[in-house]
Ligand binder design. Sequence first.
Ligand code: SF4
Length: 457
Amino acid sequence: MPDSSNSTSTVGVFDKLSLPLDGDSAEQTEVGNYFVANYPPFSFWAPEYKSAVMDVLDGPAANDTNLGVYFHIPFCRKRCHFCYFRVYTDKNASEINDYLEAGIREFEAYAKKPYLAGRKPQFVYFGGGTPSYLSVKQLQSLTDRMKDLFPWDETEEVAFECEPGTLTEKKLEALKEIGVTRLSLGIEAFDDHLLEVNGRAHRSKEAYRALDFAKTLGFDQVNIDLIAGMMDETEDNWKKCVDTAIEQDPDCVTIYQMEIPYNTTIYRDMKESGRISAPVATWPTKRAWVDWAFNRFEEAGYTVSSAYTVVKNPETTKFVYRDSLWEGADLLSAGVASFGHFGGVHYQNQADVDPYNEMVNSGKLPIFRSYATSPEERFVREFVLQLKLGRTSMRYFQDKYGVDVSTHYAAELGKLEDDGYFSKDGDDIVVRRDGMLQIDRLLHGFFLEEHLDARYT
Ligand code: SF4
């Protein structure tokens, strides 16, 4: 339903906004997920395909495939207004301990599977939610037990997501001690008004303090996450935020453009007030802001290393989890709602803590839905994900999948070249800056016909 009140309607989370709520028009940020996190889209995964993943797990070990281990911590201090994850803000220490126990039981069940026998993770990732919400004691116990089941002595990267307000010097020391190499700080913005109106739990003071602690501890990589186009963001604000991030001298900065998926507080309030567009910057504005940020970071010596990241030193700042996953590594993913895959079969766990705990405690793997990909779907998956890096080799797909990308996608690539989004450089497909700024929208054009218009939920 269009916004008949035309800019004056305010409700719930919109009450504290200082900018006026714009009317709806083309290019406004409407509700929906554009971000291509995986392929095929999640709406094609289904409970009836669960046996496919069990078949892989009961088959021979895949010693020639890299393995990643992921654990999902679904707890947060407060729910951000733009958050679309299933997170819990009301669990006590005992409930969190029960969840961690269930997670270990899940890892134990996987460790007995022939497909994983003797395999050691190349990378480990703690995501959420807020992994840094756990106490030092919980973190030490969890990681010790994970290491007993899947040793980390051959692990090249241990990535850990943090909410700045949950970090103390003691907790950061514990993370270093545990073996975390990539510390990712969900700072999102350095302006306290923006943090407040978007529902973040932390404030800038906590972000600066966490950055200071982290620098003294010498993590291999400290990453700052930023969001372009949060509610009430202005151009001036955004530029200050980027300059502040540069002053903080992180190894890497990840920038996402704000989107409004269906299960967010912002969407709920849009629905209640009858709006069809969110009170955030338009897509062209967000693209212009990210373009400005990329240029500014380049002037400061950073290199754009994907559609979302800039790195200070491309030689030393590696993304093992990203690059490995985008080249088809296996991912043992544990915890509520987590996404993993083995041997080309995707799976997702139960999305709520209670059924998750119940299934694990009754000796079952807590898988909710699954999808066995065809070779063609695996090719499309790797192709679209690798395009997010801004450059991909056609030879790679010829050698791995026997697909000549230039003829297979002749029409799509030709159109993107004509529009100035893509170009070719010898054997490489290059995504130009204009293409990088809207890569997720463009990637849908490479999907198989049956997956066009699918939702990422
Ligand atoms: S910190 Fe992250 S996971 Fe937690 S509520 Fe905010 S956006 Fe969601």
